[in-house]
Design a protein around this ligand. Structure first.
Ligand code: HEM
Length: 416
């Protein structure tokens, strides 16, 4: 089997240029469960097809999130221990107990109650730039709604929401030159640590306040909750805060940016959506989700010898679930490289391939995406990019940092 020019998936610079779809497609078709060497690491199995990604995602007993965490890179014991306090990196039944503490805040019923407020927030976000005629699509439009909404849900005052934005950029983007500079020049784990410490100090202060003055927000629920008769420790509260702050804003922001990008690149699809925004938006958003995939991968550690995709994988090995690749699997999605806003069925794995860790914020993300796209498409119908997007240097988050755009200026609709 001759290999075409294949990208090294460990090389972060590859992802600055774009998603290496040719490489994903090659491995998906030739060796969907593929051994991948890792410079400085012990290597891992890359899962590229839908079948193996969903199998690993559903079987938490065999494919553990807790054993080695969910990042491909192996962590030092101390860092791993802290990571395991985050429910994303726990296995059932422990995971189930922690997830229950916060799941009420993200239920379909609760999200329906928030929808009016989310719609109003989207209107204000567009109001803030509509008279200018130009904007940075990412920081002015895509980033704001997820940030405002997660701040409200968690109990963070709105005037502090940009702190969440900065901390999560500096942690997630710790290998990107723009955020490395904000981290005082330190790359990787070391750089991310300063942002993490600031976030923890903030979370601790907020938790102290809510212990004394409980409110109807998630941080109050967490500080007053008990697991097996005990309150959560300060560190457990801090990492809960970290998970929600990062998961609730990086992902939806990037999906909004990728969704708009895809509309720029497919004017026929954009025109089709514009003909009936209300009637077609839900299916359009599902296709944007299949297409954009903000979280490129999560890792699992194999707990017992297993055969996956015909490969014998011994206990202890790690696997990377490449969600972006699974979403382009021609065995599941007809004509997978066609951006088709009317696609049905569309059972993408962008929120995970089912299983216990399926994205807690999926309903919330969909409500935010509906609100912001309805506003943008209706009130800025001729928006166009004025420069190429600037991508994040990461093989974990498929990120767009900046996207300059222009549009015909319009009027604000809300006062203030
Ligand atoms: C387009 C937006 C989003 C995408 C693409 C996304 C993607 C994901 C993925 C892939 C997972 C892991 C699933 C698995 O391993 O099975 C996940 C988990 C999670 N997501 Fe999201 N997410 C999004 C929005 C949100 C939002 C708005 C929140 C709000 C706080 C959120 C909170 C979480 C949490 C807390 C988890 C961990 C769940 C657990 O461990 O049980 N996500 N998300």
């Amino acid at each position: 089997m001759t290999e075409p020019q294949l990208a090294d998936l460990n090389d972060l610079d590859v992802f600055v240029d774009g998603v290496p779809h040719d490489t994903f497609t090659y491995w998906r078709e030739h060796d969907p469960v593929h051994w991948t060497d890792e410079p400085g690491g012990r290597g891992y199995w890359s899962l590229f097809d839908y079948e193996s990604v969903t199998t690993a995602n559903r079987d938490a007993a065999t494919f553990s999130s807790e054993e080695g965490g969910t990042l491909i890179r192996d962590l030092e014991p101390e860092a791993l221990e802290m990571n395991r306090m985050i429910m994303l990196n726990m296995d059932p039944p422990k995971h189930t107990r922690y997830r229950l503490l916060v799941s009420k805040g993200f239920s379909p019923k609760h999200i329906r109650e928030l929808e009016r407020a989310i719609d109003d927030q989207a209107t204000k976000i567009v109001d803030n730039v509509i008279e200018q005629g130009t904007a940075d699509f990412v920081t002015d439009l895509a980033a704001e709604l997820p940030l405002q909404v997660i701040a409200d849900i968690m109990g963070v005052p709105q005037e502090d929401r940009h702190k969440l934005f900065d901390w999560s950029n500096r942690m997630i983007g710790s290998e990107d030159p723009e955020y490395m500079e904000q981290n005082g020049g330190d790359a990787g784990f070391q750089g991310a640590e300063s942002a993490q410490m600031e976030l923890f100090a903030y979370a601790s202060a907020l938790a102290q306040d809510r212990l004394a003055n409980p409110r109807d927000d998630v941080i109050s629920a967490i500080v007053h909750a008990e697991i097996d008769g005990d309150r959560l420790t300060e560190m457990e509260v801090n990492v809960f805060f970290l998970l929600l702050a990062v998961a609730g804003n990086e992902t939806t922001r990037n999906l909004t940016a990728h969704g708009m990008q895809a509309l720029f690149e497919h004017p026929d699809q954009r025109a089709w959506l514009m003909e009936d925004i209300d009637g077609r938006l839900n299916s359009a958003i599902e296709e944007m989700l299949r297409w954009g995939v903000p979280v490129l991968n999560f890792r699992r550690t194999v707990m017992k010898d297993v055969v996956l995709g015909g490969k014998e994988i011994p206990a202890g090995d790690k696997v990377a679930l490449w969600y972006m690749s699974a979403n382009r699997d021609a065995k599941v999605f007809a004509d997978p490289f066609k951006f088709d806003l009317a696609r049905t069925p569309n059972d993408h794995v962008t929120f995970g391939g089912r299983g216990p860790h399926f994205c807690l914020g999926a309903n919330l993300a969909r409500a935010e995406l509906r609100a912001i796209f309805r506003e943008i498409l209706t009130r800025m119908p001729d928006m166009q990019p004025t420069a190429p997007p600037q991508r994040l240097r990461s093989n974990f988050i498929n990120g767009i940092k900046h996207q300059p755009v222009e549009f015909s200026p319009g009027r604000r609709v809300l006062r203030g």
